[in-house]
Design a protein around this ligand. Sequence first.
Ligand code: BGC
Length: 327
Amino acid sequence: MGNLLSCANIRLGTRISEPIEKRIPVHHKCRNCGRKCDPSSPSNECVHAKYTRTGTKEQPAIIRSIVPDDRVSWSTPLDYSPIEFTSEKVLKSTKEYVDRDPRNDPNVVIPWNQDDRLCDRRSYHGKYEVVRGVPKNPCGRTGLTGRGHLGHFGPNHAADPIVTRWKRDQNNARVRHPTSGQPILQFVCIRRKDTNEFAIPGGMVEKKERATDTLRREFHEEVLNFPDLDENERDTLMTTIKNIFENGGTRIYCGYVDDPRNTDNSWMETTVYNFHDEEAKHLALINVNAGSDATDAFWEDLDSKMPLFASHADFLRRVAALHNSHW
Ligand code: BGC
């Protein structure tokens, strides 16, 4: 933790292999760029139209104030009046792990940039600034102050396990993509209950947890739901998975992510690991079933055309590059 990440990582939303004119601007999923992206407008054609508001399907739509593409960085001047918004659910929460707002109560002291063991408030991008009592988003303006739907000011840490296997035919040979000619990888995919989008089965790091524990817990909760297994079978499966999650895995990314919930004072950072079963000996054999936060879970081919939640497509693109598979 604590190292300044390269520009390429900070700009995760930018598909860097694409020509400049096609690049997606920073804060693509947490900004209202002002160019025909008003969701209520019939001529709504902007790529980030659906992200002009924050929220989930149960929450009211809060439209972000406009931040043009070239005004995201704090160092560029802007006549800026962001909307202050923290959801009722966050404000009313009595959970010890959800922050109180230090701007409303001088007795609230939050150990910014530190890990107090209850919550790791360090950012992968080094020390963030604290301005007028609250952290400042290291990637720039979002058009919204407060916490939105996030429980913490500053970084909110998540972890994402990408479990992969090769797509195989009846003879167990790898299936190649008809156009690219490259072998096709499959990953464990879910449909999220909150946004209804396809996603990797990741989740928030809980209190006192390490991101590496979150990877296994989330995978277990969201996709390993086996009502038909007896206790012994379940235990055997869980032991295998535990070993793989503890001993295997390649780190794909860690740091800031372009997430629709990000605000000027609260943002998402994640740790992404790939657990790959090259020979189809263990993880590749599991049947996945939707659990807690997912309405569906299944093995899906890795392909750049699939629309995915938050920055998940960027992570899968990195996994495809790692294994030299079709993307
Ligand atoms: C999701 C993760 C995601 C993170 C950042 C979390 O809520 O569960 O999968 O990477 O947000 O977008």
